[in-house]
Design a protein around this ligand. Structure first.
Ligand code: CUK
Ligand code: CUA
Length: 764
């Protein structure tokens, strides 16, 4: 048992006294490497535009839909390095998501009809905005299959809320935020009866099935969607699709397009043509134009809605009467609708049309004001003539889908699904500027902050549906394929192919990395899912186990490298709740926690309090331990859950004794003195330079000091035990002093290395 600490001490000694290794130089020249790897000048240029050297960070952070994984993938641009998977609709063990009680509560918000749904078909992430610009505070994402919406707080990158759409059975046109994020929009996809658990025959599709667009009220202060202040538009049973909010001059309005306005209901098994034929028969579908601000005021005043499934719904006839809802024909099987950064135009692409259609918000308003409508749809909604609303149409290529914007005025990028290309074009003048081929079948594309009122340019990511011939084969299911394109010059340049191992991402948003300011620790005792103090939190020394009937509550703590308590004794059949608080303040000192075979796991970041709960229904001995390699003595961060059978009585026995001698104690004291010498030399180095100019180092020094302060109590204990000649206790508490020293020295060495690598200068 003494070998590991001794080895650690030896390592510390060499590292602490040794000097920084001399930098090694590759014997190969750049030309040699190019030749050996078959790289062209163009390859080198692309590589130099994406390579982020060690220790440097990316300019932008991207949040990609994780598709059916129900998660969000976070990666850096331009390096395309994956940084994190955010657990949203799907349990994720590493983060304890779905395995601790606090996250289970978040997931429970997504239950439908009382049933757990443990996956999601995520499509569209959206970053919160202030005045139309990304503010980096919150992230929203939808679940198409089970109509739900989730809120992620970007202060800690954790999911805080999942809400279920009360009237839809599927949704797609979400999440999109209003320019100040007062509302988050989602539009239905496949029409269905709005009343829950209500059957209606397909023969009555036109009368009984409905689409909808929901506006979720967002409470920015609490970081929560407010169902009671949210409302929906009842819509015709067209398949509503993508949506966008107006901004600038069009603020207050919102747009949702649709396909299958034919209202075809399929029936291939009955000899009828399939949906794909019946839903694309007409030349146009409808863009839905909504005055959401006026609608919100009307609902707030308590008028103009009916309540369906406890949710406020504005019926179509009210929306028409109040001038809240209009339609405009759009060609043909449209998919994306994207408002320009200046808010003057709405750009719509038709999957089966070679054009993109640029609608003018001014013209739409003029037609509404003049009462100039070409017809009404079957539900009485006024239809504005396409010609009266169009600014221009531009032929881009086959299968245009989605549009994003450049920092340069009037410049847009549109994905061409069938052509497998990105078109760069000018929407003010209606002309094509450049095209680039991608591999293959692009869906969404994304430019930096490219759907906000302040796009940043630089890069474009193509989200491709197929990855044929791109990557090393890994079976019939290929990785997803994101391609990075440089858009800073007139000609687009393909830089990098990124395989994405979770699918299928539909959309991704990217934000200037400087706008994200996530915390590195919680206030001690915080429930991270509610951001409130956790009632199960305790401070060091206050750990306890409380029994009430057959309920056992353990209030424990974690700190390098022990779990308090180290033994939990319960009776078979007890309901056990273990609250754990991570007492660390140091950055990245996360501890994990699990109990063997009870299917619980928690990730406990510095300051966090979480709980795991289970029924101890099996007699036996179950080790519990820390699952994150948190320190040199991480493996010793352990304990036992003892589940005693009913009626078990203790027999007379004692814990195994170790029988340490005075000589052992003396040897440990010597080890402590040697380690202190290492610490002193490291401290000497750190204080000899301008370490206070490096906030990261200041934090490390604080943490090291904190560890060293803990030696005082252990030192008093070993000296007291030694005075009583209890060599066992004396030696073990002396070992504990050494453990704190090891951690302090480890941290100190990290600080020293950091200072050496960052060019610290001699202190004056
Ligand atoms: S969608 Cu998948 S390519 Cu859900 Cu925005 Cu267009
Ligand atoms: Cu804590 Cu490993």
């Amino acid at each position: 048992m003494k070998t590991e600490p001794t080895r650690v001490a030896a390592l510390l000694l060499t590292a602490g006294l040794g000097l920084a290794a001399t930098a090694g130089w590759s014997a190969e020249s750049l030309q040699d490497v190019m030749k050996r790897r078959g790289l062209s000048q163009q390859d080198l240029l692309a590589a130099s535009k994406t390579y982020v050297p060690t220790g440097k960070r990316d300019e932008f952070v991207a949040f990609s839909s994780g598709g059916q994984s129900g998660q969000i993938i976070v990666y850096g641009i331009p390096s395309m390095r994956i940084l994190k998977y955010l657990a949203v609709f799907t349990p994720e063990p590493w983060q304890g998501y779905g395995y601790d009680e606090e996250s289970k509560k978040v997931l429970a918000g997504g239950k439908i009809d009382g049933k757990d749904i443990t996956w999601g078909d995520t499509h569209h992430p959206a970053i919160s905005e202030t005045n139309g610009k990304y503010d980096g505070q919150f992230l929203f994402i939808n679940d198409k299959a089970n109509p739900r919406l989730a809120v992620v707080d970007l202060r800690d990158f954790e999911t805080k809320q999942i809400v279920v759409n009360p009237i839809m059975k599927s949704e797609h046109g979400g999440a999109f935020v209003s320019p100040d994020t007062e509302y988050v929009m989602e539009a239905a996809q496949y029409a269905a009866p709005l009343e829950n658990r209500k059957f209606q025959p397909l023969e009555e599709f036109n009368q009984k099935y409905r689409g909808a667009v929901t506006y979720w009220k967002f409470d920015r202060k609490e970081g929560l969607l407010r169902p009671e202040q949210s409302f929906s538009f009842e819509m015709p049973p067209y398949s509503q699709d993508l949506s966008d909010f107006g901004k600038g001059p069009s603020d207050g309005w919102a747009f949702t397009n649709s396909f299958c306005s034919e209202r075809y209901v399929g029936g291939i098994e009955k000899g009828r043509p399939p949906y794909e034929a019946g839903c694309s028969a007409k030349d146009t579908d409808y863009l839905h134009v909504m005055n959401w601000k006026k609608a919100a005021e009307m609902v707030k005043s308590g008028k103009g809605f009916k309540v369906i499934n406890g949710h406020k719904v504005i019926p179509m006839d009210v929306a028409v009467k109040e001038g809240l809802l209009f339609l405009i024909p759009e060609p043909k099987s449209p998919h994306g609708v994207d408002v320009t950064p200046d808010g003057k135009y709405m750009i719509v692409s038709g999957k089966l049309d070679t054009h993109v259609s640029v609608y003018s918000f001014d013209k739409v308003m003029a037609a509404i004001k003049a009462g100039k409508f070409e017809s009404k749809d079957p539900y009485g909604i006024p239809v504005i003539g396409m010609k009266d609303a169009l600014h221009t149409q531009v032929a881009l290529g086959l299968g245009p889908l989605h549009t994003q914007y450049d920092s340069k005025k009037c410049v847009a990028y549109t994905s061409l699904y069938v052509d497998s290309q990105v078109a760069k074009w000018n929407y003010c003048e209606g002309k094509v500027l450049d095209k680039i081929s991608i591999h293959y079948n692009i869906g969404h594309l994304m430019t930096m902050e490219g759907d906000s009122s302040d796009p940043k340019g630089h890069y474009l990511v193509a989200l491709n549906k197929l990855a044929i011939d791109r990557f090393n084969p890994v079976g019939p299911l290929h990785p997803q394929n994101h391609q990075l394109i440089d858009i800073s010059n007139d000609k687009m340049q393909l830089l990098y192919d990124m395989p994405v191992p979770l699918g299928e991402p539909h959309y991704v948003v990217a934000i200037d990395a400087n706008k994200l300011k996530p915390a590195v620790r919680y206030k001690v005792g915080t429930n991270s899912r509610t951001d409130k103090p956790h009632p199960g939190a305790v401070r060091a020394g206050e750990e306890k186990t409380v029994r009430k009937g057959n309920k056992v509550e353990v209030f424990g703590t974690l700190i390098r490298s022990h779990i308090t308590p180290e033994t939990i004794e319960v009776q078979q059949g007890d309901e056990v709740t273990i609250y754990l608080t991570n007492l660390e303040r140091a950055e990245d000192e996360t501890h994990g926690f699990t109990v063997s075979t009870y299917n619980v796991h928690a990730s406990i970041e510095p300051g966090k309090t979480v709980s795991v709960k289970f029924k101890a229904d099996k007699e036996g001995v179950y080790p519990y331990y820390c699952t994150e390699f948190c320190s040199a003595l991480h493996l010793e961060m352990q304990g036992y859950l003892l589940v005693k059978p009913k009626g078990w009585k203790p027999t007379k026995a004692t814990l195994a004794a170790q029988a340490y001698t005075e000589a052992d104690y003396k040897a440990t004291l010597k080890k402590i003195a040697d380690t202190q010498a290492v610490i002193d030399s490291v401290v000497g180095f750190i204080t000899s330079v301008n370490y206070k100019d490096f906030p990261d180092v200041v934090a490390l020094v604080e943490d090291a000091t904190d560890q060293l302060n803990r030696t005082k109590d252990a030192k008093a204990r070993h000296e007291a035990a030694a005075a009583k000649k209890n060599w066992e206790q004396a030696n073990l508490w002396a070992e504990q002093v050494f453990q704190y020293q090891v951690k302090a020295a480890d941290i100190g060495l990290r600080a020293k290395t950091y200072l050496e690598q960052h060019g610290a200068k001699k202190a004056k």
